[in-house]
Design a protein around this ligand. Structure first.
Ligand SMILES: Cc1ncc(COP(=O)(O)O)c(C=O)c1O
Length: 398
């Protein structure tokens, strides 16, 4: 039976990682994989995470099952983090939340929930969007369409084109939005634009499905959730897929949460039963360890503050790298405009160079990035920025 299966092409990011690993040039730079890196180029376990992990291990007396919805303390903490400590939505009976295996698991849970509610629903994703949105959202049978988002001429959001496209959508269309730190472009909506988007969503009865994978890595925990909070305070329904992979550095532990805002408490109760049933059918229960760590951190004022200050350091490092990379590129490539890098937020930016130049950078200069020229800014180090900028200039000239 299995002999009829076609061999699939390798995942481009995994291929890039493998090529980087086998490159033995000392100057090599990996800007491909989307993980945070420190000044030494490593992705360390956060100090707050390490301390909480030890406390969890010390206290834990059993490894018996938890539940399809996961750890209740974690789910409550995720709601408060997303909506804000003083928001009524943190405690509202219109909201339900279930732990999921990473942001990916939360996105898939949300997609399955939409399919259960409206089997022929269409989800609209930005052009471009994170590549994995496509299999995660369409894999359960939902239709997937696109709306314009990125304007390469400004390095910002093509807001008018986006609004024109959304204005034409039928009611009950689902709009996938990035809360902040848009992946892959780094271009985010401004506060006033979120406000306009809210008006449109109300007028057109659209459902926001908000992917929040980088809370705290753009402008701060609260600033990065501002748009999401604005929509959720005014709309009857919303879905939010949260990931703790980047802001807690818990990647491999698979920690995420799907939060659903419903019209009323009865609807929230029904949604919760649907979500637990979907989780049961997909993976039964989410892994416990990472969520227990997050619940431990967010459940203590001191640990919470310690985690936030580490996250602040990470965000400040990315901001420094953005400024330094923009300056170095401006000097090395005076005929090009890379100033958008400094204006953008989060881990990613597009360089805006062709696939041929991307290939040249990899083959001749040992600088690795995805074919669309997305770079993980956190993969740079202040020490190698001059080499990076010189390599870009040389590849553009060659
Ligand atoms: C935009 C976006 N959403 C969601 C995720 C989910 O990440 P994970 O499943 O590792 O938590 C990622 C990870 O790279 C991402 O970039």
């Amino acid at each position: 039976m299995l002999e009829h299966l076609d061999r699939l092409p390798p995942d481009p990011i995994l291929g890039l990682m493998a090529a980087y690993r086998t490159d033995d040039d000392a100057r090599k730079i990996d800007l491909g994989v989307g993980v945070y890196r420190d000044d030494q180029g490593s992705t360390p376990i956060m100090r707050a995470v390490r301390a909480a992990e030890l406390a969890v291990l010390e206290r834990q007396t059993t490894k018996t099952y938890v539940a399809p919805a996961g750890n209740p303390a974690f789910n409550d903490a995720m709601r408060r983090l997303a909506f804000g400590a003083h928001s009524a939505l943190g405690e509202s009976d219109r909201v339900c939340a279930v732990q999921a295996p990473g942001g990916c698991g939360a996105l898939r849970l949300g997609a399955e929930l939409i399919r259960a509610a409206v089997p022929d629903a269409t989800v609209y994703v930005s052009t471009p969007t994170w590549a994995n949105h496509v299999p995660l959202l369409s894999g359960c049978g939902l239709k997937l369409e696109r709306y314009p988002y990125y304007d390469p001429t400004t390095g910002g959001v093509a807001f008018e084109a986006m609004m024109r496209a959304l204005e034409k959508l039928p009611p009950r269309s689902v709009i996938l939005l990035h809360a902040s730190c848009h992946n892959p472009t780094g271009a985010d909506l401004e506060a006033a634009q979120w406000g306009e988007l809210l008006g449109l969503m109300q007028r057109r009865a659209l459902l926001p499905f908000i992917d929040m994978a980088y809370q705290g890595l753009g402008d701060g925990i609260d600033a990065d959730a501002e748009g999401l909070r604005l929509l959720c305070a005014a709309l009857p329904e919303a879905l939010i897929a949260v990931s703790c992979s980047k802001n807690f550095g818990l990647y491999r532990e698979r920690v995420g949460c799907l939060i659903a805002l419903n019209q009323n408490a009865a609807a929230a109760g029904a949604t919760l039963t649907q979500l637990t049933c979907i989780a049961r059918g997909l993976y039964s229960m989410p892994p416990d360890h990472g969520a227990a760590i997050v619940a431990e951190i967010l459940g203590s004022d001191t640990q919470h503050a310690a985690w936030r200050s580490e996250l602040d350091e990470m965000r400040a490092r990315i901001a420094r790298l953005r400024v330094a990379a923009t300056r170095a590129l401006a000097e090395a490539c005076p005929d090009e405009d890379f100033s958008h890098i400094q204006r953008q937020r989060g881990m990613f930016s597009y360089l805006g160079i062709s696939p041929q130049i991307v290939q040249r950078l990899r083959e001749r200069h040992h600088v690795y990035m995805t074919e669309d020229s997305r770079v993980n800014i956190a993969g740079l180090r202040l020490q190698n920025i001059p080499y990076f900028a010189a390599a870009v200039a040389a590849a553009l000239r060659q």
